[in-house]
Design a protein around this ligand. Structure first.
Ligand SMILES: [Fe+2]
Length: 444
């Protein structure tokens, strides 16, 4: 904690805020808990930065943030990835003011200090003024500062603001298999970001979103207004002898039965990661795209194709910053802004070698479900906002995660399973939250 922040903040005991089956309301409402999360969770964990397809060529950059700090992902002239703080070494201005682009070097718009693509200071106007000052070229402090660690897993680039901690692959653990499956769905075995990004500002704490994704007791209730309405209109207005339009295929399963969501099941791993679905999910009954199947079989053979496409996961949470849906090639990235403000970015991927229909379906999915101006996502946003307001009350200090507590099944070391209606995902995320927040030295 910074000296000033430490002097002004009261003492918080995060360990007292989480129990096995309930969590204290202040984890969602207290600005000081939020500041501590930025330092101990977002400042330590591997945080998703960008996808390699966004920076394929030297000089291409993508500007993002980690724990609210501006960051640039850039490909340098040697073809290596660099993760740099977006802060001029001179007087602190961000080097890059837009989100993406291509440059030969990084030049500050304010006083013209120039840095190469790996962050080394190249030149200063009227450089002589720095003679004998102890600051200037050759001084590491006069270069752009690098994130302490970064690594890429199958094109997904993560960085950590902590020097220490597990390597990326050990940290991803069983959740890496969801990234594998999304990439394996490409006939050419590679993904690229395509189709733009949707940014959706939520007036609520970041954890409501990451908890919601594997809360399988909410869709059939929260999404009645969108999904059930779409179902009943389709039944009334569409000819029964023709296949339903893609929008109806996408919207309808949100109001499947409790039994359906129970069957999907929940999987949980260390560090808060987990996924729902597997054998089935809300994506399992989308219409076939025969040309896609043909290209997959040409690339992988019949058996391997069947194996890849049989993996039907719903949401995978790579806690705390990234969530993916492999079956529909979408990703949502979490950007906490304040204790009661979060930006959720929705991205879509092109499966390289696949017909365009797949990307079109992913974009349609994001427009229908994840956009701020559409159907399903705003149902969730309303629920998070009501939680944010409701938890300001002193009616109770605790928020429940009791459902099926004590019944989580360890099916492999560190791999827990429960039926879909369980609160397993909540309990697992707070096990990680506690690990990061309580032990200042080492996460989990
Ligand atoms: Fe939802």
């Amino acid at each position: 904690m910074g000296a000033l922040a430490g002097a002004t903040m009261r003492h918080i005991d995060p360990g007292a805020l989480v129990e096995n089956d309930r969590v204290h309301r202040s984890v969602y409402t207290d600005p000081e808990v939020f500041e501590l999360e930025m330092e101990r969770i977002w400042g330590k964990a591997w945080i998703f930065v960008g996808h390699e397809s966004q920076v394929r060529e030297p000089g291409q950059y993508f500007a993002t943030s980690i724990a609210r700090q501006p960051i640039i992902l850039v490909r340098d002239n040697n073809g290596a990835l660099q993760v740099l703080f977006n802060r001029c070494a001179h007087k602190g201005a961000m080097l890059v003011g837009d989100q993406c682009g291509k440059v030969k070097e990084l030049r500050c718009c304010y006083h013209g200090w120039r840095f190469d693509l790996s962050g080394t200071l190249i030149s200063i106007p009227l450089e002589k003024g720095y003679d004998c000052t102890g600051f200037g070229r050759g001084d590491p402090q006069a270069n752009l500062q690098r994130a302490p660690r970064w690594a890429s897993y199958r094109g997904f680039v993560f960085a950590s603001l902590s020097e220490e901690g597990p390597d990326l692959i050990s940290w991803l653990g069983g959740a890496a298999s969801s990234i594998d499956n999304m990439v394996d769905r490409a006939p050419e075995g590679d993904l690229e970001v395509a189709g733009g990004v949707l940014r959706f500002e939520h007036d609520s704490n970041w954890k409501f979103f990451v908890e919601n994704l594997n809360d399988l007791m909410h869709p059939m209730v929260a999404h009645q207004s969108s999904s059930l309405t779409a179902r009943s209109l389709a039944k009334k207005m569409l000819p029964p002898d023709r296949p339903p339009p893609a929008a109806i295929e996408i919207l309808s399963p949100f109001t499947e039965s409790y039994g359906f969501f129970d069957e999907m099941g929940l999987h949980a791993f260390d560090y808060g990661h987990g996924y729902s679905g597997g054998k089935t999910s809300i994506h399992a009954r989308y219409s076939d795209i025969p040309e896609y199947n043909r290209r997959m079989e040409a690339a992988y053979g019949k058996d391997r194709t069947a194996e890849i496409l049989a993996v039907n996961r719903h949401n995978t949470v790579i806690y705390p910053s990234m969530t993916i849906k492999g079956a529909i090639q979408t990703m949502r990235v979490v950007k906490p802004v304040a204790v009661n403000k979060t930006i959720i970015e929705s991205w879509t991927f092109r499966l390289k070698g696949a017909p365009d229909e797949l990307l079109r379906r992913s974009i349609l999915y994001c427009n229908l479900i994840n956009s701020s101006a559409n159907l399903v996502g705003p149902d969730d946003q309303e629920a998070y906002w009501r939680q944010q307001c409701g938890l300001e009350s002193v009616a109770s200090e605790w928020v429940s995660m009791h459902r099926d507590a004590g019944q989580d099944e360890e099916i492999a070391p560190g791999h827990f399973y429960a039926k879909g209606s369980s609160d397993l995902a909540f309990r697992n995320q707070y096990r990680a939250w506690r690990g990061y927040m309580v032990d200042e030295g080492s996460p989990q």
